[in-house]
Design a binder for this molecule. Structure first.
Ligand code: MLT
Ligand code: MN
Ligand code: ZN
Length: 299
C-alpha cells in the first residue's frame, strides 16, 4: 500500500490567514489542512478527508495527476473521518469529477445532508455515490481492507444542535492483504479510547491527532482564553502532559518496535509545527514523528 500525507495541519492550515501567533509568524514550512491519499496498486487512489486545500494538494502530488485520458483521474473516492468543515469542504472543490464514491458513518452522511447540505448541493453537479461505513465492520475498498473505529461524538459547530446519534468521528485502519502492511489514520481523538491499543496493533504507521501540544495552548497562544469554547471541549487529546497521547506512544513503543507513530492535524498554535522548536525535538526524541506535507509511505 502506498500512502501520501497531503496535509498535516488542523482547520485553518498553518499559517492561518488571520493569525499572528508565534507559530504562524515563525517562518516554519507551511502545512495544508489535514488529509491523506491511499492506494493498494499505485494507480487507483482514495482520499481520506477532503480539505479545502484539496485542489492544491492534488496538483502538488504527481500520483494524483489527471490522465491518461483527457478527463480521467486516478482519484476513485473519498472516505471521511468526520463531518468537520476542514475535512469536507474539499468535496465542493471536487465537483467537476463524476462517479466518485464517498464513504462515511451514517451520522456524518446525515450531517452532509442537513447542517452542511453538500450532498444536495453536489447533486446538481456530479453523479456521486454516498455509502455508509459501519464502525467495526471491515470493507474491501480498492483492494484494501478498511475498518472504521468510533473515536468520539464531537459535533461540528454547524451541527451543535443535532440530536443524531454517533459515531460523529471515526479513525480508519487500512490493511493490505498483499503485503501484510497496515496504516492507521486517527486525526481526531478526543481521548485514547478503549480498544484503540488493539485497533493499532501490528500497524506499520499510526498517524495520530496532533492538534494541540498541551492542554491550555489554544487560549494562551491566541489571547482567546475565556472568550471561546474551552480547548478541552474541542475534542482533541493533547500530545504532551499527563494522559496525553505521547504517554501512550511511549507505553506501546516498548512492545511494538515495528510501529512508527506520527502526528498530523497540527493546529497553528502548536509549537510542534515548527521543526526548530524545542517541543518538536522533544516529541521526536520520545519516539514519535512529525511529518511534513508530501511525506510518502509504503506499507
Ligand atoms: C476540529 O478539528 O476541531 C474542527 O475541524 C475545528 C474547525 O472547525 O476547524
Ligand atoms: Mn479539524
Ligand atoms: Zn497561529
Amino acid at each position: 500500500m502506498k500512502v501520501v500525507l497531503l496535509g498535516t495541519a488542523a482547520g485553518g492550515g498553518c499559517p492561518q490567514w488571520n493569525c499572528a501567533c508565534p507559530v504562524c509568524t515563525s517562518g516554519a514550512p507551511a502545512r495544508c489542512q489535514d488529509g491523506v491519499a491511499v492506494s493498494a496498486n499505485g494507480c487507483d487512489w482514495y482520499l481520506v478527508n477532503a480539505s479545502p486545500d484539496v485542489r492544491t494538494q492534488i496538483l502538488a502530488t504527481p500520483e494524483l495527476a489527471a490522465g491518461p485520458g483527457p478527463r480521467q483521474t486516478p482519484v476513485r473516492g473519498v472516505l471521511l473521518t468526520d463531518a468537520e468543515l476542514d475535512h469536507t469542504l474539499g468535496l465542493m472543490m471536487l465537483r467537476e469529477g463524476g462517479g466518485l464514491r464517498v464513504w462515511a458513518s451514517r451520522t456524518v452522511l446525515g450531517a452532509l445532508d442537513e447542517g452542511f447540505p453538500v450532498r444536495r448541493i453536489l447533486g446538481g453537479y456530479s453523479g456521486w455515490e454516498w455509502s455508509e461505513l459501519t464502525a467495526g465492520r471491515a470493507r474491501d475498498i480498492g483492494g484494501l481492507r478498511v475498518t472504521a473505529f468510533a473515536v468520539g461524538d464531537k459535533r461540528p459547530k454547524y451541527a451543535r444542535a443535532s440530536a443524531a446519534e454517533g459515531p460523529w468521528v471515526v479513525a480508519y485502519r487500512f490493511d493490505d492483504p498483499a503485503t501484510g502492511g497496515a496504516f492507521v489514520y486517527a486525526p481526531c481523538l478526543a481521548g485514547w479510547p478503549d480498544g484503540f491499543d488493539a485497533f493499532t496493533a501490528g500497524a506499520g504507521y499510526v498517524l495520530l491527532d496532533g492538534t494541540f501540544h498541551t492542554a491550555r495552548e489554544f487560549g494562551g497562544a491566541t489571547g482567546a482564553a475565556g472568550t471561546t469554547a474551552p480547548q478541552a471541549a474541542m475534542g482533541h487529546l493533547p500530545v504532551a502532559g499527563e494522559g496525553g497521547s505521547l504517554e501512550h506512544v511511549r507505553r506501546l513503543r516498548t512492545t511494538r518496535p515495528d510501529t512508527r507513530w506520527a502526528y498530523t492535524h497540527l493546529n497553528n498554535t502548536n509549537p510542534m509545527a515548527d521543526p526548530d522548536s524545542k517541543e518538536h525535538l522533544e516529541v521526536c526524541e520520545a519516539g514519535a514523528e512529525i511529518p511534513a506535507d508530501g511525506t510518502r509511505l509504503e506499507l
